[in-house]
Write a protein that binds this ligand. Structure first.
Ligand SMILES: *Cc1c(COP(=O)(O)O)cnc(C)c1O
Length: 389
């Protein structure tokens, strides 16, 4: 249907074989594959971190807030520019979400200064998002949170594989939450990972993931446990073996896939360099010492005079799929009445952002089709503007 879809899976026979092996093994959930996927993932993020595979990043975010004892009356600072999962997870705990603004139109990550401005005596946690796979200012943000005794949660749904000064994102805060949703850098379908360096939070995550139970089904199957106790209330946020098997294959492909995304982003930047009316964010991050983006998506900012729905329609007409990362919370029915403090930079980005296709299997020709089409749409709009003026 699309000449250039927004995203395409980088699956081959390896994923199919891995799934078939699980089916043949007759063991579908919480088995050896979960354990090896977790240990492989934790070695990617850091030497001394614990990784807990869960059903989604949203589950990991919810677990992080519960494990940190976030409750009604507490405030949690989140980026104004992010997916709705962050605000939803906070609201589901009964705590109050407090959106902080983006740094600048050239750096869409949440601003440390804006976080600082929002801190009150009720602030219990900060959630940061490494937007589009570019790392936040983790040094300043970590120091700020430590000074105020506030927990730091990293939403690394736009990773994994993001380096900030040589260190993997997801290992800076108390908890790192990863997504393996279909269109993320590591695709499973539905899935996520809860990562922490704190053994107590790790233990809490295990309880929250599986009904607060002391023994797993596998332990009972292998004769290691006959019964179980329930230590605390918990949920069922487990991942299954089929997904863990796909995850292991995808994890092996991750660094090559992220590098390929980087090459495609460089080509995008080259092709759009002479295009007035389109601003590319995060240019300062590329090639920065010790920093390694994961290049999750390729969002650009359209100049305000270009009517975004017309641009989207024009690209669609050529078979090019686009998206918007992200609409503002303020415009959602559930959050319209919350009366958040002003976040002018994030709001402007929400109004003018356009996300262009990006996936490891994309070709340079597809990048050029996208950029040439975008340029000609903009030129036509300028021409129409000039002739009607
Ligand atoms: C995709 C995404 C999530 C949610 O991930 P799921 O695994 O689908 O729950 C959360 N935060 C951000 C920034 C995301 O992009």
């Amino acid at each position: 249907m699309w000449n250039v879809p927004l995203f395409e899976l980088n699956f081959d026979d390896q994923e199919s074989d891995a799934v078939q092996q699980v089916i043949d093994s007759r063991w579908l959930t919480m088995g050896d594959r979960i354990q090896s996927f977790e240990s492989q993932f934790s070695s990617l993020i850091g030497n001394s971190v614990y990784a807990t595979a869960v059903s989604s990043c949203t589950a990991a975010l919810h677990m992080a807030l519960l494990a940190l004892d976030i409750k009604p009356g507490d405030e949690v600072i989140i980026p104004a520019l992010t997916f709705v999962a962050d605000i939803n997870a906070v609201v589901m705990t009964g705590a109050t979400p407090v959106p902080a603004d983006s740094e600048a139109l050239s750096d869409w990550n949440v601003s440390c200064r804006s976080i600082q401005d929002r801190i009150t005596s009720k602030t219990k946690a900060v959630i940061v998002v490494h937007f589009a796979g570019y790392p936040c200012e983790m040094e300043a943000i970590s120091i700020l949170c430590k000074e105020h005794h506030i927990a730091l949660i990293e939403d690394v749904a736009h990773g994994p594989g993001i380096l900030y000064r040589g260190q993997q994102c997801g290992s800076f805060g108390q908890v790192g939450c990863f997504s393996f949703f279909t269109n993320k850098n590591l695709s499973i379908g539905e899935g996520g990972m809860f990562v922490t360096g704190d053994p107590e939070l790790h233990q809490k995550a295990l309880y929250l993931r599986s009904h607060g139970m002391t023994a797993l089904t596998l332990d009972r199957h292998k004769g290691r446990a006959v019964s179980y106790d329930v230590i605390q209330p918990g949920l069922n946020y487990r991942m299954d073996e089929i997904r863990a098997a796909i995850g292991q294959v995808q994890l092996q492909k991750l660094s090559t896939a992220n590098a390929r995304r980087g090459v495609l982003v460089s080509h995008y930047i080259h092709c759009l360099s002479a295009c007035d009316g389109v601003t590319i964010p995060f240019l300062d991050y590329i090639g920065q010492q010790g920093s390694q983006p994961a290049y999750h998506i390729f969002p650009v900012l359209l100049a305000p005079e270009y009517h975004r729905p017309t641009v989207i329609e024009g690209l669609k007409h050529e078979g090019i799929q686009t998206s918007i990362h992200y609409p503002s919370f303020r415009d959602f029915s559930a959050y319209r009445t919350y009366g958040f403090a002003a976040t002018p930079v994030a709001d402007q980005i929400s109004r003018q952002v356009l996300t262009l296709p990006l996936f490891p299997g994309m070709t340079f020709e597809q990048v050029e089709l996208v950029t040439n089409t975008l340029k000609s749409i903009i030129q036509n709009m300028e021409h129409n503007h000039a002739t009607s003026a």
